[in-house]
Design a protein around this ligand. Structure first.
Ligand code: GAR
Length: 190
């Protein structure tokens, strides 16, 4: 059975990273096994680094402030990802704007906590909760040079009803924890 290799990039808590490790890493599917071969984080204190350790995986910390500009940082990411042999990279809470050098060299998907194309950027959960929309939702999309702008692969939504902000946020995360692993499998197991 063929093994398909993926890279995961993250910046923070890593709850989505952990769900991928739990549901996808080293698991066999219909046509392939999927292996996480590369973990990259741009924040040395990110909790996701501890979560990965539980699965015996080390994270490469590459801090963007160590590079003179975005493109030099992205060149290092591309070099490491290519070297790992990963055919798909997953941005799981990776809070960096990527340059065309990255997007043209790496096939990547991103998880975003709103129904794109609405509420792009870093405050999507708050903005969608505060909006007059009756539904909230999440998106997984391909990464291109436009921030949160690539082709949409999968979305889930739900009725806001009378949810508090905390409940809304929890609902977003619980949907993310299902949809991101499922989308990775859908892309690779074909
Ligand atoms: C997730 O909610 C993800 O959608 C969001 O960061 C969070 C990471 O959580 N990503 C973005 O906002 C990207 N623009 P996690 O670290 O617990 O996985």
């Amino acid at each position: 059975m063929v093994t398909k290799k993926i890279a995961i990039l993250f910046s923070g808590s890593g709850s989505n990273l952990e769900k991928i490790l739990e549901k996808v890493h080293n698991k066999k599917f219909r046509t392939c096994k999927i292996e996480v071969v590369c973990l990259i984080c741009n924040k040395k204190d990110a909790f996701g680094i501890q979560r990965a350790k539980k699965y015996g995986l080390d994270t490469l910390v590459i801090e963007h402030q160590d590079f003179p500009n975005r493109e030099e940082f992205d060149k290092e990411l591309v070099r490491i990802i290519k070297q790992s042999g990963a055919e798909l990279s997953v941005l799981a809470g990776f809070m960096r704007i990527l340059t065309p050098f990255f997007t043209q060299n790496i096939k990547a998907i991103n998880l975003h906590p709103s129904l794109l194309p609405l509420f792009k950027g870093a405050h999507a959960i708050k903005e969608s909760y505060d909006s007059s929309m009756k539904i909230g939702g999440i998106t997984v999309h391909y990464v291109n040079e436009e921030l949160d702008g690539g082709e949409i692969i999968a979305q889930e939504c739900f009725q806001k009803g009378t949810m508090s902000f905390k409940e809304f946020e929890e609902k977003i995360h619980s949907l993310e924890h299902e949809l991101l692993p499922k989308t990775i499998i859908d892309i690779l197991d074909n």
